[in-house]
Design a protein around this ligand. Structure first.
Ligand code: SF4
Ligand code: SF4
Ligand code: FES
Length: 536
């Protein structure tokens, strides 16, 4: 692989790759505003300027400039090396690139910072981006000066609603055009543009349009400063109070890699941010997925119930024992869930195998929905393929309903609340047909119709593995403490087995994980293996 030097360090690169991208892969962040690894590089912010030594035997490219000479109190003509934008300059084998080690580069970075802050309101204490703003970070690293401009800054529109999700503050905008390019190049909807010139520049929505669609949140995530904010997160939390867990979006089978930001003081999830993974979601998420962090708290099953009444776990199991006493194992069915982890489903498969030799296994999950050719999959479940891999013979939910109607199934242990049909229809059809025990994190037709409900941890409360539509096995880490009396569904499955008279072989997560691993072939990807790219 060809290499170049950055501040004396050898950096390998793919032919055609920019200096900034190759450096980012090695964990070196060359400061930047307009560059984003997933977008084109207009090189308009000039923050990434680097000094490139001329090839051997050639003279350096120099620019004539005027430099302030304090000793004579006047400008004097001099020369300086012509710096190059690292975001647009393709790396060449043997290139000698200087960043931190170049005095000219340091001066340029400070000058860009000063220029960007001329009119930028220093309203950091109330800015939502505070704590994760590139302007703040780079000012600390490359600025640290007092503003020399004493004039009144140019005032521009604040809190402009671009649509139902995004608010724009023109005064904070550094005109990097990332939002414009994202909408044009990724979302394929060129609805944002720039108007005016110089310090009157402003981002605007195309006349007669609103910033709406399936990918509006991403404009906020590509914005390196606090110019774009989402109505969803705006003023809800200060980022320095938040902790982050590596997670996987549960919105569809794409399985976008995410950061789940939560406040440990209140055990509350606050937002999803996309986590870079070239093989799955690159740097992006869709709007629908971006708000699914709310499901960590909404529509949750948090207490055991019998006949709709909250009971203790011991009472629920007592009822379970009573209802299943004497029932031949051959009349009991198990429903897996495409919305629960491999670990949860494996425990259910094991339960089924012990009860009836895996003959009456079914699976359920949400019904299909909107899809596009950018990210969104029609399958709205995060683990359909995982269920298929664990239990290839499991029958679909429609077959289960037929078997219930025909009286072939009388007693059921189900995982997950969701079914593909309408909640009311599926719930009503199931209600009197069976004795139903449902282990679930979220309410749905299967909890509505259940005689006994056991509260399971959501994906945010227990480490779990999900297999996306491409077959990549990805781990969502635990972020939150379990709500109410919920516990991992694989633990419930073991206890349900005991109540029915089946001794479970597992009691710890590592035992479940080892069994899953032994059952399934190794996967080529993991959620923890995202490439290091500085996309923020
Ligand atoms: S709104 Fe943000 S992303 Fe868009 S141009 Fe301004 S600073 Fe860049
Ligand atoms: S595409 Fe699917 S997995 Fe990705 S963010 Fe959207 S809903 Fe979530
Ligand atoms: S000019 Fe290179 S990051 Fe903006």
């Amino acid at each position: 692989m060809p290499t170049f030097k950055y501040d004396g360090r050898e950096i390998p690169f793919e032919p055609g790759e920019s200096i900034i991208k190759a450096a980012a892969r090695q964990g070196i962040e060359i400061p930047h505003y307009c560059w984003h690894p997933g977008l084109s590089a207009p090189a308009n912010c000039r923050m990434c300027l680097v000094e490139i030594a001329p090839p051997a035997g050639q003279r350096p490219m120099l620019l004539d400039i005027l430099e302030w000479d304090a000793s004579v109190g006047d400008y004097r003509p001099t020369k300086k090396p012509k710096l190059q934008p690292a975001c647009q300059m393709a790396a060449q084998d043997g290139m000698d690139v200087r960043g931190e080690t170049s005095e000219e580069v340091k001066k340029a970075r400070g000058a860009v910072q000063e220029f960007l802050l001329l009119n930028h309101p220093v309203d950091c204490p109330i800015c939502d981006q505070s704590g994760e703003c590139k302007l703040q970070d780079y000012w600390l690293e490359h600025g640290r000066f007092q503003k020399r401009m004493r004039d009144e800054p140019v005032h521009k529109p604040k809190a402009v609603e671009f649509g139902s999700t995004i608010v724009y503050d023109a005064e904070r905008c550094v005109m990097c055009t990332r939002c414009i390019r994202f909408m044009e190049e990724v979302a394929k909807d060129p609805v944002l543009e720039m108007r005016e010139r110089g310090n009157l520049n402003e981002i605007m929505v195309a006349p007669g349009r609103q910033l709406e669609g399936k990918y509006t949140f991403m404009t906020e995530h590509v914005c390196p400063v606090g110019a774009l904010t989402t109505k969803d997160f705006r003023f809800k939390a200060r980022v320095w109070f938040l902790r982050t867990a590596s997670s996987v979006c549960q919105g569809c089978a794409t399985g976008c890699n995410t950061h789940l930001d939560f406040d440990p003081r209140y055990n509350k999830a606050h937002r999803y941010r996309p986590r870079d993974n070239e093989a799955v979601n690159k740097y992006w998420m869709c709007d629908d997925g971006m708000v699914t962090y709310k499901e960590a708290h909404e529509h949750r099953v948090t207490e055991p119930r019998v006949g709709g009444n909250v009971v203790t776990e011991a009472q629920a199991h007592e009822e379970l024992r009573r209802r299943f006493q004497g029932v031949p194992h051959s009349s009991i069915a198990v429903i897996l869930s495409a919305q629960h982890s491999l670990e949860d489903n494996w425990a259910m498969v094991e339960l089924g195998a012990t009860l009836f030799g895996s003959k009456a296994l079914y699976w359920s999950g949400r019904g299909a929905g909107y899809a596009d050719d950018i990210l969104i999959a029609a399958d709205k479940n995060s683990n359909t393929l995982g269920v298929a891999q664990l239990a290839p013979t499991a029958k679909p939910f429609a077959t289960f309903m037929d078997d219930v109607k025909a009286g072939r199934v009388t007693h059921v242990v189900a995982l997950g609340g969701s079914t593909p049909g309408r909640l009311d229809d599926d719930g009503a059809n199931l209600a009197d047909a069976t004795t139903l025990v449902t282990i679930a994190a979220h309410e749905g037709a299967l909890t509505k119709a259940a005689d006994i409900v056991l509260p399971a941890c959501s994906w945010a409360e227990a480490s779990g593995t999900f297999v996306n539509a491409k077959g990549l096995r990805q781990v969502a880490d635990k972020a939150l403490e379990p709500m109410g009396a919920s516990r991992p569904a694989w633990e419930h499955a073991a206890k349900v087995g005991q109540s029915i008279g089946v001794e479970a072989s597992w009691s710890k997560l590592k035992e479940v994980r080892a069994a899953v691993k032994a059952l399934l072939a190794p996967s080529s990807s993991s959620v923890h293996a995202a490439p290091p790219t500085a996309s923020a």
